[in-house]
Design a protein around this ligand. Structure first.
Ligand code: ADP
Ligand code: ASP
Ligand code: MG
Length: 593
């Protein structure tokens, strides 16, 4: 008998009639000959209300008690849903995270799952009941109630599907599926039929609130095919599954409206500075993004990165600790900025995607504060008051409102297997089997590339259209640009570094020289002797320990890092080519590869 996991989000169980229709859906699935596990979230805005209530009592609620409080939202939902199923004539049993046996670590309000017992769920399923599991919660070794972080019911559902080796995992929500961007922000957004794990992971990580990013980590690690579907209709929704080969260049966009920018300036340019910064952030589990290290002048370096504004106070404390430990430097920060990101697996093979995005922003008159790019993602930091316009412009500019020609084939939901045991590569299997705990970090490979060169341009004016002109010229030459980082320095001028294949350097220099004539103050340099190292895996940015381990290993080997790039599937660094081999060995050893 097939096992189907069905998760219902807050709006999908908001009131009695919605609970009844969720129950009816589960019952229909059971009567079609399946065993059914429902995972339910707190009703409507319940979790927000509980957070607000706690804030009325104290500014600083203890995390353990917060978990005790927030977990009640899901407890209410499971009981009501079980009553609804029973009233409609089927057997049902509700279970809290603890009753199921969802074991987590003890990091309250952001706990990670260690293991899940299937015993109790299987007994109930075999006894003919629909199991109704509380999402978002677990217990630690001391039986304290823990929660997985906001939006965590998606992660519960995917994890249950993984351990039960479910045939289908459906995520019922209040939209028709995963869209090219939040359909509430951009009405022209279009539903995507199929999206790859990597794309969804990156989108969720940079602001697409439709799925909890950790649920996609689980899905990819354990090869769980997810279907995001509307609870209010019979729409087919979106399949989240391995890459199908039909990759649009840009699949979707996401925005983090309230982002903040933090700079550590005047720090010594020597091995270890980056390690200290990443370690102090990792200690507090702050996932930093858009890391830009300015190539040092006069022995002093500057590191800038972004964090969600909600993490700013803690980040500044951690940044001051880092400065104290490094022994020099200052901390600066800026708010009123937003991060807009474009994600697409086709970027791996297409040139000129970044150039096109900068062109769209230039045409729209939007200035770009910071730029970072990684394998399948481009992020720009823009002023908050123009962020929405930027999102709309990029969406239209990439034609995301129009149906794509090569529409990927989408099977009928019931015909798919949620856990495709044979599709998983042997390497992935070994990695997963070696995990001590379900949410452990997966680092699968360290890539070493000595065929790249770096170009740096300083002294560029901070105005709309600059990046567009530069990368437009490079794209005309058909040159594949890999890492791009841009930052605005203290002097108000932009500096920009990027990597390209070494064989294209001469051509690129010619193209750029022409464009730079417009900006007489701009100076450029290039370095053919670089090595690029990429740590590949799943969930690398949000598992803050990966960056920490990487930079610690490089610092220990006395290797200076020139450029850094973070994403969920790849963290890259550029070092000098003399140090490349040593850096490669250090990273392989650190990750036990
Ligand atoms: P649930 O309570 O079902 O978990 P969420 O509110 O967490 O629902 O997620 C659904 C919401 O995510 C949608 O209502 C939509 O506004 C928002 N959203 C953000 N980005 C996207 C996207 N790319 N596609 C679809 N929905 C999105
Ligand atoms: N109820 C929790 C929240 O609102 C978990 C979830 O809905 O996924 O964040
Ligand atoms: Mg959600």
């Amino acid at each position: 008998m097939a096992i189907v996991v069905q998760k219902f989000g807050g709006t999908s169980v908001a009131d009695a009639s919605k609970i009844r229709s969720a129950a009816a859906r589960a019952i229909a699935t059971k009567r079609a000959g399946n065993q059914v596990v429902m995972v339910v979230s707190a009703r409507g805005k319940k979790t927000d209300e509980l957070v607000a209530l706690a804030a009325e009592i104290t500014d600083n609620p203890p995390a353990r008690e917060m978990d005790m409080l927030l977990s009640t939202g899901e407890q209410e939902s499971v009981a009501l849903t079980a009553m609804a199923v029973q009233a409609l004539g089927e057997k049902a049993i509700s279970m809290t995270g603890g009753q199921i046996g969802v074991r987590t670590d003890s990091s309250h309000t952001k706990a990670r799952i260690r293991e899940i017992s299937t015993v109790r769920m299987r007994q109930a399923l075999d006894g003919g009941s629909i199991v109704i599991a509380a999402g978002f919660q677990g217990i630690d070794d001391d039986l304290n109630i823990t929660t997985l972080g906001r939006g965590g019911s998606d992660t519960t559902a995917t994890a249950l599907a993984a351990v039960l080796r479910a045939d289908l995992c459906e995520i019922y929500t209040d939209v028709e599926g995963v869209f090219t961007t939040d359909p509430r922000a951009v009405p022209d957004a279009r539903k995507i039929d199929r999206i790859s794990y990597d794309e969804m992971l990156e989108l969720a990580s940079v602001g697409a609130g439709v799925m909890h990013s950790r649920s996609i980590e689980f899905a990819k690690k354990y090869n769980v095919h997810l279907r995001v579907r509307p609870a209010h209709s019979n729409g087919e929704g979106t399949l989240i599954a391995p890459e199908s080969g039909n990759n649009p260049v840009v699949t979707g966009l996401a925005i983090v409206k309230n982002e903040a920018r933090v700079s550590l300036i005047d720090i010594p340019d020597r091995p270890g500075s980056m390690s200290v910064i990443f370690s102090r952030m990792a200690d507090r589990q702050i996932p930093i993004d858009m890391v830009v290290q300015d190539v040092a002048s006069e022995g002093l370096a500057e590191v800038t990165f972004t964090v969600p504004e909600g993490d700013l106070a803690e980040t500044l404390t951690a940044a001051h600790e880092a400065i104290a430990e490094i022994g020099a430097g200052q901390v600066q920060h800026g708010t009123n900025v937003s991060k807009v990101s474009a994600v697409g697996a086709g970027m791996r093979t297409h040139t000129g995607v970044a150039a096109q995005m900068f062109h769209i922003l230039g045409e729209a008159g939007v200035g770009i504060g910071m730029i970072t790019t990684s394998e399948i993602k481009i992020s720009v930091l823009v002023a908050r008051d123009v962020a929405q316009d930027a999102l709309v412009a990029i969406h239209a500019g990439f034609g995301l409102d129009k149906a794509i020609a090569e529409s990927p084939s989408v099977g009928h939901a019931a015909a798919e297997s949620a856990v495709a045991s044979t599709a998983q590569s042997d390497i992935e299997k070994v990695v997963v089997e070696n995990l001590a705990s379900m949410e452990d970090i997966v680092v699968s490979e360290v890539q070493f590339d000595v065929n790249q060169a770096r170009l740096t341009i300083r002294g560029l004016p901070d105005e709309a259209g600059v990046a567009s002109k530069l990368f437009g010229a490079v794209a005309e030459g058909g040159i594949m640009v890999d890492m791009i980082v841009q930052n605005i320095g203290r002097d108000g001028l932009a500096s920009l570094s990027f990597t390209i294949p070494r064989t294209d350097v001469d051509q690129c220099l010619l193209l750029i020289r022409e464009v730079l004539e417009a900006w007489p103050d701009a100076k450029f340099s290039h370095d053919r002797k670089i090595a690029k190292l990429c740590v590949m895996g799943i969930g690398l940015r949000s598992h803050t320990g990966v960056g920490q381990q990487m930079f610690k290993a490089l610092a220990k080997a006395k290797i200076n890092v020139d450029m850094v790039n973070t994403s969920e599937i790849r963290i890259s660094v550029v070092v000098s080519s003399e140090q490349g081999e040593a850096a490669h060995r250090a990273l392989l050893a650190t990750f036990g590869l």
